[in-house]
Ligand binder design. Structure first.
Ligand code: DGJ
Length: 730
């Protein structure tokens, strides 16, 4: 069994295929962390709690004779506040007396098969799921004696994925109200700082830029205070041992299943020991718990890899495909779509869309997505958001007629919504000006001429749900793009009392989850694609509802390489919406090759394609079908990093049985050397693979040790060109 409790050592040991995680109950019922790393057979691990003789200014608990024990240096399983540990704390509770001393002690534990769902105030929170026998869960009960607050630490072990999911349920079992000033999902202690911090930063149209730097003494953090995830930082951090590369070395990946204000921080203390916290950003958070009430943190997922960042990513990908995405479309073949946004923006009518559908059909496209601009008075971005009624001046004959004609052309039909937003110039706003997010006495800033609806309010969610249900429920709509194009400023809630304003941001996220859950449950046939000005809300919380997320508003295929490589650090390739557009930086073939790294689609005017481009598009649709299983369910190997290499970006998909390989090279810039080999990875060294174009035959060992010959005669490959090679094992 992956979870072991050994009474004689008071030791908890949680094993996955790659890792061991261990902690123990120490004297006075302190929960002391001991180990997280490659799998080990040991059960005598108590000595790992000590980190030298550190006893000068740091307090020692009363009655603790062991002079080496100070909470300031001992690794904690879930650290408290002001109890002698001066490092960043995972939990801070303000009790009735007004102080924030928080000191958790072990009470008991239970182990069970499967995994419980997470919920807050009746809202199901996105989290990994597992039935009986698919995973094992440990729940450890701890208590703070003075406030009576109990913390239940939850660990679910996904043994075959090298993964653990963690969250904390806090219950006020005391007799007075308390405030949670911080409540992280995960605390992870490590004994040495010889790790690099790997994470993604970005901005609009340039998401997921991967950065890597050595840990340093002090606090290093990535955060959001935008109310949403944002493109600036993704809630993902990997700790890679010095020297860890794509396919070698140890890496720990931590990802938060959350779409709101988050914080992932690492403090390296004076002894050189890192503590990592992941959870809701305490900067904008304070939650009041009355006696008997409880609070469940979002979930954090950890993956341990001994074979580099690549193996870490692949375990995240498989875990999320199998145990996070709830949509039937996670494992069901998705239609290849064309979206009208980049080609038409707001300037379209029914006739244009029907022409798009008819032309796209000739290319083999299977679905037309009508983006922004179909509703209310929405002819630019300053009107109509919130009025989800079809604009019949634009779509003459109405939506029914349009969908009928699109379907008659042989295409399915998808539609765009931005459910959380409202333009002040809209009927919804005029009827309910108080429904927007507002802080008392403050004037709202506008962004893209819109305000954010207060999703904490049930009547707001009901209204938007009903408006969506009226359209989706009465038309043959098979896809929704759920957009979100501004962040939250002047945050406040006129209904919450002053002492509960700190709950607003988290309640907003819960409201969004509630609405998204209602929509996906009411219309389970819908393929939901999330979007937030591109990939500003590309997170595991959203993946729970939508198996595919629009990765970026940047559709330039060369720029997309770093954006998609970055996203793939944690999120499955199949979840990355990737479209071929009219952008001019590379040829049509390369655009298709890059789109095939994710969920391929088109975002252009199909009537304007040249004959040659039409043929290329038709070929791409065929490739989409031919390689669908490989690109959607295969393993992704990032071979040459476009952020680092001056000329190339290379990647390959390998089928789980290692019988098929789809290799792609994009030439970002003409190389100075025409003699080029590229080694592959992830193949079976003993199998022989046949190049399906040339018939050449190579062993997996040769392809992984010498590689494929990609040399070209003078003048060599052009900037923006690409090569795709498909190998099948004999
Ligand atoms: C931002 C999205 O990222 C785009 O794809 C498009 O849907 C626009 N919003 C529409 O307003």
């Amino acid at each position: 069994m992956p979870i072991l409790f050994q009474p004689e050592n008071q030791l908890f040991k949680l094993d996955t295929k790659t890792s061991t995680y261990a902690f123990m109950v120490h004297e006075q019922n302190y929960l002391v962390h001991l180990y997280y790393g490659p799998k080990i057979p040991d059960t005598q691990l108590k000595h790992l709690m000590y980190r030298g003789w550190y006893d000068s200014l740091s307090p020692r608990p009363r009655g603790m004779e062991d002079r080496r024990f100070s909470l300031d240096s001992i690794p904690q399983e879930y650290s408290g506040t002001s109890n002698g540990d001066f490092r960043i704390s995972a939990l801070e509770v303000r009790g009735q007396a007004g102080d924030t001393v928080t000191d958790l002690r072990y009470v008991g534990h239970r182990v069970f098969s499967g995994k419980p769902g997470l919920a807050m105030e009746g809202v199901t929170m996105p989290a990994t799921f597992a039935g009986e026998g698919e995973a094992q869960t440990l729940e450890v009960e701890t208590v703070d004696a003075v406030t009576g607050v109990k913390a239940f630490l939850l660990y679910t072990v996904f043994e075959n994925y090298g993964a653990m999911a963690r969250s904390v349920r806090l219950e006020n079992a005391g007799s007075a109200p308390v405030s949670l000033e911080r409540a992280y999902s995960l605390c992870l202690e490590l004994p040495t700082m010889d790790y690099d911090m790997v994470h993604m930063y970005g901005r609009w149209a340039k998401e997921n830029t991967v950065v890597r730097h050595p840990l340093q003494h002090g606090i290093q953090a990535i955060q959001s205070k935008r109310g949403m995830t944002g493109p600036n930082h993704n809630p993902f951090v990997a700790l890679a041992r010095e020297g860890t590369g794509e396919e070698n070395g140890q890496a720990i990946g931590v990802n938060l299943v959350y779409s709101g204000n988050f914080s992932m921080e690492i403090e390296v203390d004076t002894l050189g020991c890192p503590r990592l916290l992941a959870g809701i950003n305490p900067a904008s958070f304070c939650w009041r718990l009355e006696p008997g009430q409880s609070f469940t943190t979002p979930e954090a997922v950890m993956v341990f890899s001994e074979n580099g960042l690549g193996a870490m990513s692949r375990d995240f990908h498989r875990l999320y495909m199998d145990h996070l995405m709830t949509s039937r479309w996670a494992k069901q073949k998705r239609p290849i779509l064309i979206n009208d946004w980049e080609a038409a923006v707001f300037d379209f009518d029914d006739q244009l869309l029907v022409e798009f559908a008819q032309e796209a059909k000739k290319l083999g496209v299977e679905m037309l997505v009508m983006d922004d601009g179909w509703f209310g008075a929405r002819n630019d971005d300053s009107h109509g958001l919130g009025d989800w009624r079809v604009n019949e001046d634009k779509l003459k004959g109405g939506l029914q007629s349009l969908i009928h004609r699109v379907n008659a052309a042989g295409l399915k039909f998808g539609i765009w919504y931005e459910p959380e937003m409202v333009n002040p110039d809209s009927d919804l706003y005029r009827a309910h000006p108080d429904w927007i997010i507002q802080a008392k006495g403050r004037v709202n800033s506008l962004s893209r001429n819109q305000c954010v609806l207060d999703m904490t309010r049930e009547e707001v969610r009901d209204n938007i749900f009903q408006q969506m249900a009226d359209v989706v429920g009465s038309h043959n709509i098979e896809y929704i793009k759920w957009d979100c194009n501004r962040n939250i400023s002047e945050a406040g809630n006129l209904q919450l009392p002053p002492e509960r304003q700190g709950e607003f941001f988290h309640r907003y996220v819960l409201g969004v989850y509630d609405l998204m859950g209602r929509v996906t449950q009411a219309f389970p046939h819908i393929l939901l694609e999330n979007c937030s000005s591109g990939g500003a809300r590309f997170d595991a919380g959203m993946l729970y509802y939508s198996p595919q997320i629009w990765t970026s508003d940047c559709t330039d295929p060369i720029e997309r390489l770093t954006i998609q490589f970055g996203a793939s650090l944690c999120y499955p390739a199949s979840s990355m919406g990737a479209h071929v557009s009219a952008s001019s930086r590379a040829g049509f073939q390369t655009k298709g090759a890059v789109a095939l790294m994710g969920s391929h689609g088109f975002e252009l005017d199909p009537r304007k394609l040249t004959q040659e481009e039409k043929e290329a598009a038709r070929a791409q649709v065929q490739e989409y079908h031919k390689y669908y299983d490989l690109t959607h369910y295969g393993d992704l190997y990032r071979l040459t990093d476009p952020a680092v290499h001056p000329f190339f970006c290379d990647w390959a998909f390998v089928s789980p049985d290692k019988n098929q390989v789809l290799f792609t090279r994009v030439v970002m810039r003409k190389p100075e050397n025409y003699f080029q080999y590229r080694r592959l990875a992830g193949l079976d060294p003993e199998k022989f693979y046949v190049d399906q174009e040339t018939g050449d035959r190579y062993s997996g060992a040769l392809l992984m040790n010498v590689g494929i010959d990609l040399s070209q005669p003078w003048p060599g490959p052009e900037d923006g060109s690409s090569v795709t090679k498909y190998f099948v094992a004999e």
